[in-house]
Ligand binder design. Sequence first.
Ligand code: NDP
Ligand code: GDR
Length: 327
Amino acid sequence: MPTALITGITGQDGLYLAELLLSKKYEVYGLIRGQNNPKLDLVRNTLPEVKLITGDLTDVASLVRVLEISNPDEIYNLGAISFVAYSWENASLTSDVTGKGVLNILEATRLFAGDDIEKVRFYQASSSEMFGKVQAVPQTESTLLWPRSPYGVAKTFGHYMTINYRESYGMHASSGILFNHESPRRGPEFVTRKISQSVARIHLGLQSEIILGNLDAKRDWGFAGDYVDAMWRMLQQPQGDDYVVSTGEAHSIKEFLNEAFAVVGISDWSKYVKQDSKFMRPAEVDLLIGNATKAKEVLGWEPKVSFSELVQMMVESDVAQQQDLKT
Ligand code: NDP
Ligand code: GDR
């Protein structure tokens, strides 16, 4: 039975990945931080088979301890401060967790593996935010990185550090450059879930409007359940490498609003949507669209859920959740 360690187990991707690995008969350990983490019960209730160990990406000694206890064949480093807007207000903390945290877990892995470095396979959750002010359309593994936020800069550090451990120590380390992926488990601070939740509440008469920032930015949105499968496939390859994971389709926030309101039968949403500069970013990423040809050819990976299906899934799930809360 292979063993996997997942950092970021309480996040959107952590849960989907743990479900996938459990279905493949892995023994799954999850890193959980803090002395009274509010999401502990969520993981325990959703996936009681996952074994939880406390630790923090900013504490190398804790990571070494976690590796010794879990003795993993595969490590998936999903833990991060992941909200881009927050990263301007907490740039140093974001650098410590999202950037230096990657070095910490790579180094802990190197110390843990000793002479047998190839025994552990490592996945780093890199991001399309690294492309920032895009230098080519669509973006591939070789597109120049030009991050536009402290989050993007921190992810770029983690990305190159992962490549550096592969090249310096022969570690089986892969970096997945994942484009935005969403689901009913997406945090409500991200624009897609903010919209799906608000549309559900407007539909049920619980809310009158949504206040958003820039409606013109375009993102390449896929379904998180599809994307964790690409992570697993990367670690089954003979060697570590870097892969773009995306749908190859970009949609604006306005298009997301069109689709989301259409699910509850509203075609003109203009009276429900307001804008406020407090949701605008100091430096915006206007367009992200990925070319996942390498992932398709080498990993045999393809997204299964379309943009419309994704939006429908999110809105319908939020309508059901809000109805439950109402009763
Ligand atoms: P989430 O924000 O849902 O989850 C982030 C996870 O990181 C949480 O489990 C959080 O734990 C954990 N974490 C935060 N700080 C620390 C720390 N100091 N030590 C250990 N763990 C910590 O992110 P997603 O699931 O959406 O994304 C997973 C990863 O993929 C992240 O690294 C993200 O940056 C990256 N990514 C995501 C994309 C997306 O579209 N979703 C696209 C590209 C990359 P806690 O609950 O305790 O706060
Ligand atoms: P992003 O996701 O920054 O792409 O990072 P987010 O959903 O936060 O923003 C997407 C776009 O929507 C615009 N926007 C708003 N965003 C939020 N959150 N709230 C609003 O009210 C709002 N109004 C407009 C933003 O300006 C932006 O253009 C996500 C995270 O999961 C990262 O961790 C990951 O690396 C990248 O995706 C790929």
